[in-house]
Design a protein around this ligand. Structure first.
Ligand code: PMM
Length: 278
């Protein structure tokens, strides 16, 4: 049987995201792109209104809400929607508007109310590792052992979430590729992903079009699909189950083949990869 996986399509409604900024700032264009992600096979559409690119300026909640809410309202019902935010106020309104998953790149550290909100609403949440903040994360990142440090962080955040009343089975974990990491840190995390899978929660992986791929292949953000596919296939083979990507159709096709080849049971709740009989 093919391994199961979940495809999370990226919908950034921001003027400054590193790879697709500006293009989807208009609500109409964002909704159309979201529908395209679903048609291409996204199980989840991850809607974000604040860029987390290195050095990006924080966005006030009112502005973030103005960007994401009209898009979430109109996409509700087409796929499971995640809200990519660090702000409890934004997450609460997004959940009211139809989102079902909270993707918090601060792992419940930015907003004191976020853990209680996720617990009260009983929704799934993704907790990601980031060193510092988007403003500071790329200032000379150093670790003892990057995989050990990220694992300890994710275990501590999982314990924090459970202590705050979030059901353990609601928590997904993410090593935060590119968030306060050098090229070598990112590669080491991918190489030893099984050590993070061993924590026992679904692992989310986000390499799509990121800078370390550009550094390795000397390619601009719009031209990193091959590296994106390579890293997602390797991550699947090492046990990741949720893949956050821009190019849903192409990565989905690659993962379908990889999943059939790897051929073992996947995480509960993830969908089965497409199966062909010939
Ligand atoms: N990367 C970005 C934004 N949000 N969320 C999770 N869980 N994991 C990631 O790796 C992640 C994220 C930055 O990339 P983008 O600007 O393409 O959205």
């Amino acid at each position: 049987m093919a391994v199961s996986y979940t495809l999370m399509g990226i919908l950034n409604v921001t003027p400054d995201s590193f790879s697709d900024g500006e293009a989807f700032l208009e609500a109409d264009a964002a909704v159309e792109h979201g529908r395209r992600l679903v048609a291409d096979g996204a199980d989840i559409v991850d809607v974000g209104g604040e860029s987390t690119r290195p050095g990006a300026a924080p966005v006030p909640a009112v502005e973030e809400l103005a960007r994401v809410l009209p898009v979430i309202e109109r996409l509700a019902g087409t796929a499971r929607l995640a809200i990519d935010t660090m702000k409890a106020e934004v997450a609460a309104a997004a959940l009211d508007a139809g989102a079902e998953i909270v993707n918090d790149v601060s792992a419940l550290r930015h907003s004191p109310e976020m853990a209680g909100l996720v617990a009260d609403r009983g929704v799934d949440c993704c907790l990601m590792h980031m060193r510092g903040t988007p403003q500071t994360m790329q200032d000379d990142p150093r670790y003892g052992d990057v995989v050990d440090d990220v694992r300890a962080f994710l275990e501590e955040r999982l314990a924090h979430a459970v202590a705050a009343g979030i059901a353990e089975e609601r928590v997904w974990l993410d090593p935060g590729i590119g968030f306060g990491k050098t090229v070598e840190h990112n590669l080491e995390l991918l190489r030893r992903l099984d050590e993070l899978v061993a924590i026992g929660r679904p692992l989310v992986i986000g390499t799509s079009r990121k800078g370390f791929l550009g550094r390795l292949t000397a390619s601009p953000p719009g031209d990193r699909l091959a590296g994106t596919i390579a890293t997602n296939v390797l991550a699947l083979e090492r046990g990741a189950t949720v893949f956050r990507v821009h190019d849903v159709a192409a990565v989905g096709e690659a993962l379908t083949v990889a999943a059939a080849t790897v051929g073992r049971a996947g995480a509960p709740g993830a969908r089965a990869a497409h199966q062909e009989t010939r």
